[in-house]
Design a protein around this ligand. Structure first.
Ligand code: SAM
Length: 249
């Protein structure tokens, strides 16, 4: 039997892999990877490894989650050495890890989880905006921008619209017009700063800046890379330290 790992590959830049994820990449005999795992990271894989692309892509034929779970179990049962299930970002954040752990549990296969840097945290670092900020943002919500059927999820928008927090919206670029409208209806000021960051940490990273009101139309300029949206007062242009000190006095 093999050793099985569900690991995060981070947002795409190989420098943001954990040491453990890199070691697993270099020694695994089978790697089942998502479409969000970058080519630069896959290039670091053990040259003898069998690479299996199980990425789900919008509008293109791809493996179902059930097929991915079945394949993972099959590889775990039949392969020698390390079987690495490699996911973009962190495997436990919008990564369907639960289904894969359930499938492994049901088959009696032991596994280990290796965390990765999730897109929101990589975006925060790239943008040099802390998601929490004293007196401004005391909470961070990681939220899905679309439901399984592609519609806007039934979040408690009144709770999300409250001042004093930052929203990190995953998978939100397609629906952000409707998503932002729900937030504004629920009381969010449309002038609240909002940023979209595409291809975080990769050479083609780019940022689209706006407000909750203006970002939906500005997002038309986004390409087809993954996009993370951040909304909240913590994303406002930074005040000079002197002004901030006065505000805190
Ligand atoms: C299915 S979720 C997977 C999230 C991933 N497990 C993580 O922790 O970052 C896919 C969404 O994550 C975000 N995302 C992942 N990687 C990204 C990147 N490099 N740049 C921008 N957004 C990214 C986007 O919102 C994308 O639609």
């Amino acid at each position: 039997m093999s050793s099985v790992f569900l690991a995060g590959a981070g947002p795409g830049n190989p420098d943001l892999l954990t040491v453990k994820a890199l070691r697993l990449l270099q020694t695994a005999s089978v790697i089942l990877h998502d479409s969000l795992v970058s080519e630069e990271i896959l290039a670091l894989a053990n040259p003898a490894a069998q690479l299996i692309d199980v990425g789900k892509r919008c509008g293109r034929h791809s493996a179902t989650q059930e097929q991915i779970c079945a394949l993972l179990v099959q590889e775990a049962q039949t392969s020698e050495g390390i079987v690495l299930r490699l996911k973009g970002g962190d495997p436990m954040i919008f990564g369907r890890a639960t289904e894969e752990m359930q499938a492994l549990d049901a088959a009696g296969i032991a596994y280990e989880i290796v965390p990765g840097i999730t897109a929101a945290l990589a975006a925060s670092a790239s943008l040099k905006h802390s998601l929490t900020q004293r007196l401004v943002s005391r909470a961070v919500h990681f939220v899905a921008g679309h439901a399984a059927d592609g519609s806007i999820p039934g979040h408690d928008f009144a709770a999300l619209a409250q001042k004093g927090g930052t929203l990190a919206v995953y998978m939100g670029a397609q629906n952000f017009g409707g998503f932002a409208a729900h937030l504004v209806e629920a009381g969010l000021d449309p002038a609240t700063p909002a940023l979209a960051i595409e291809n975080v940490s990769r050479p083609d990273e780019r940022t689209i800046s706006g407000t909750a009101g203006s970002l939906p139309s500005a997002l038309r300029a986004a390409g087809d890379g993954p996009v993370l949206i951040l909304v909240g007062d913590a994303l406002a242009a930074r005040q000079p330290a002197l002004l901030l000190a006065e505000a805190c006095a």
